[in-house]
Ligand binder design. Sequence first.
Ligand code: HEM
Length: 410
Amino acid sequence: MTQAILREILDYAHRANPYPLYEELRKTPVLHEADGPYVVSKYYDIQSLLHDPRVSSDARNLKSPAADPLAADAQEETALPPSFLRLDPPEHDRLRRMTNRPFGPPHSPRRVYDMHGELKDIVSGLIDGIDNPDRIDLVDQVSYPFPVTVICRVLGVPREDESRFHTWADTIAAGLDPAPDADREERDKIVHNARTELGMYLAGLIEERRKKPGDDMLSELASSHGPDGAMTTMEVLSTAALLLIAGHETTVNLITNGMLTLLRNPDVLGRLREDPKLSVPIVEELLRFEPPVQLVPQRTTLADIEVRGVTIPKGASLWLVLASGNRDPDRFDHPDRFDPERGDIQHLGFGSGIHSCFGAPLARLEAQLALSELARRLENPRLLEDPPPYRQNAVLRGPRHLPIACDGIR
Ligand code: HEM
């Protein structure tokens, strides 16, 4: 029975609505079958394991690597060192601190805040480009191109190279979705080539920025400041690849899930149209209600850990089902209700603890701007397919297309 639930979570038939399965899963809060992972599904248990130093994120501790939700799992393939997502302290902390520097105090709030106008222009430009209001694919026309353009600007990719960067990013992101066996070899080759080309392109850009630094993230990462010194070229490369991949599909899904949820809740959409500031609580509630990262499947225990009377042995792999914790009735009242006005929205959508999402301020701002602009500018928007077609991926879950129509663009 229990293994059947795990299989069902991965089964595409449940992609549009996995939440009843999570409810079933929470009846066995620490689920373990045969040599499978220990699957943890209640809010407080997940939260405490995310903060537990006996739980490792280091991919080298994994016995059998599962699908990697955020990092490129082909990092060994491209001979890049592991990014800090897949490292434990002290290496994790050193690299995260150095990455934070260009964004960190006193720069952090200013950098993200400074990008407000630029981000709004990018999203407005994408909405201006919608030529047929009778059939819009929100994914291809807005949610998908937006975060890649933003990460290009953050890293300092020259404008004339942005379209090449988009092509590589799209190919790599498509590679995160499982393919039918028959197509896998060909697809893996294409993804591998895209990664190699992107790596070579970034290596060239890093060299240029070392010689002639600009006011961008790659220049900052490649230069030496403070007690941590500078990153090696390989470290800058794996960090840049992490920022691109971790911030791409996730933000796409937040914006798309967001518009889908708003179209299913027209009263909230109507209020957002009148008051763009509502996008702040709406995005927080979306990160609880429809989180783009459904589960964190790559953690290993460094010691025996007891959770609710179950001993998870040293060396076991864990799946922490963030999306289930977010719907745990022991943590949230009426968890299956989309309610941006709930007072307390301490969701697990960005994880928690030392690996909690590095890009959260940027991701929040991108989603707030995209949703408030869409609400303001699309006249009488409506869904053409409900549920829309989803991607295969059960970990980074979201629609592949979101067909909508509207009466016009303001
Ligand atoms: C980590 C979610 C956007 C960069 C994480 C984690 C989650 C997450 C759940 C924790 C993973 C774990 O514990 O293993 C999301 C969501 C996003 C988003 C839902 C969008 C809605 C971004 C963006 C960036 C980014 C835009 C970069 C600009 C990172 C990095 C980490 C991370 C670097 C690793 C942090 C560490 O290991 O210390 N993200 N993310 N994310 N995210 Fe995000």
